[in-house]
Design a protein around this ligand. Structure first.
Ligand code: PLP
Length: 392
């Protein structure tokens, strides 16, 4: 594959590794092991002088096709696919850190990422400082001599704050640390953190990359040195590899990723505008709305503002529940990036375990709804959402 092809073309053909049968669709190699032609080859595979496959915990041809295709889209030297997004996040930390190290991360994070940083790492002697991600001086002030990793998510969950990746990467590099970006909400179609200075990109491929709500998966992308070095070493021995079946599903998801993300982003913009004008809504949040606090940054950093819309209802929790219960097309769930549009009430579900004080600090009010826009026709979605807002 040449680099000058459009992303959509790379997503259809990239990484394809055909067997002797020249199958059209990518083969599903549902195998954990590989038979070596002779003992010498087995020895060479284990000492690394022969690059062939050894064991599915560290590599499999179907998983390999998925990794290559995603790396081509991202413009990354290398990719490692994991069993879930959280397996990827966990590996991005545990493969690089040791007792005594320090991590700086933005406060507005996916709940389980928050748990790893705030509860798990400290148990192993790694201290973490959580900062207001949009405040570049706060990142700067949090740096210590032992700071090794910076972590952020942009747009953030669920309030869609935008963090300046390039500015944070500069602070990280000044401090001798690496920047890991959770790029799930943005999708690889609309934001390229590596091109903005990040060192490692993390995905939950469960979201837009599968895009049809079927399988869990994750991925880490970065330099050959990191992915083939510390990360491979960690993954090889700890076991959270992506299954070949899930990789096959994800490969098929990649083929339509660009088309799906653009269609959902079109609808998200139209829905954000419709919601913004409704009398039941106190505040509509979408990086494409001029009222968004980081509207200019979003326009500079992202190709499109994405497929998520959040909004705050004036009537608090009661209004939020009335709204959700009145929806007929949009489903109530907690996944995102699915073909089916999804409404989530963060206060009582994804962010239920957080203290009221922490929720307030993140702008997660009882009236807040997070909407993942799917592939239904925008007119039908707007009609469904508007009717439910009238009921709220
Ligand atoms: C879903 C999600 C994760 C975790 O991914 P899983 O595949 O569910 O393990 C991490 N970060 C963000 C932003 C997510 O949306």
């Amino acid at each position: 594959m040449t680099d000058d092809l459009h992303p959509r073309t790379k997503l259809v053909h990239g990484g394809t590794d055909r067997s002797g049968h020249h199958e059209m669709s990518e083969a599903l190699y549902l195998t954990q092991g590989f038979a070596y032609p002779d003992a010498e080859t087995a020895e060479a595979r284990f000492d690394g002088s022969d690059p062939g496959y050894v064991y599915a915990r560290y590599g499999n041809p179907t998983v390999g096709m998925f990794e290559q295709r995603l790396a081509l889209l991202e413009g990354a030297e290398a990719c490692f696919a994991t069993a879930s997004g959280m397996a990827a996040m966990n590996a991005s930390m545990f493969s690089q850190l040791q007792s005594g190290d320090h991590v700086v991360a933005s406060r507005a994070l996916f709940g389980s990422c928050h748990y790893i940083l705030d509860s798990l790492l400290p148990r192993f002697g790694v201290q973490t400082t959580l900062v207001e991600g949009t405040d570049i001086a706060a990142w700067q002030n949090a740096v210590r001599p032992e700071t090794k990793v910076f972590f952020l998510e942009t747009p953030s969950n669920p309030t869609l704050e935008i963090i300046d990746i390039r500015a944070v990467a500069d602070v990280a590099h000044e401090a001798g640390a690496v920047l890991v970006v959770d790029n799930v909400f943005a999708t690889p179609c609309f934001q390229r953190p590596l091109a903005l200075g990040a060192d490692i990109v993390m995905y939950s491929t469960t979201k837009h990359i599968d895009g049809q709500g079927r399988c869990l998966g994750g991925a880490l992308l970065g330099s050959k040195e990191f992915v083939g070095g510390k990360l491979l070493e960690y993954m090889k021995h700890t076991g959270a590899a992506m299954s070949p079946f899930n990789a096959w599903v994800m490969l098929k998801g990649l083929e339509t990723l660009d088309l799906r993300c653009r269609a959902a982003a079109d609808s998200a913009e139209a829905i954000a505008q419709a919601v913004d004008g409704h009398s039941a809504v106190a505040r509509a949040i979408h990086p494409g709305l001029p009222s968004h606090p980081q509207y200019t940054l979003a326009a500079a950093q992202m190709e499109r503002p994405g497929t998520m819309v959040s909004f705050e209802l004036k009537g608090g929790k009661d209004a939020a529940f009335s709204f959700m219960n009145a929806l007929e097309i949009v489903r109530i769930s907690n996944n995102l990036g699915d073909a089916k549009s999804i409404a989530t009430h963060p206060t009582t579900t994804t962010h239920q375990r957080m203290t009221e004080e922490d929720r307030q600090a993140l702008g997660i009010t009882p009236g807040l709804i997070r909407l993942s826009v799917g592939l239904e026709h925008a007119d039908d979605l707007i009609r469904d959402i508007s009717r439910a807002l009238d009921a709220a």
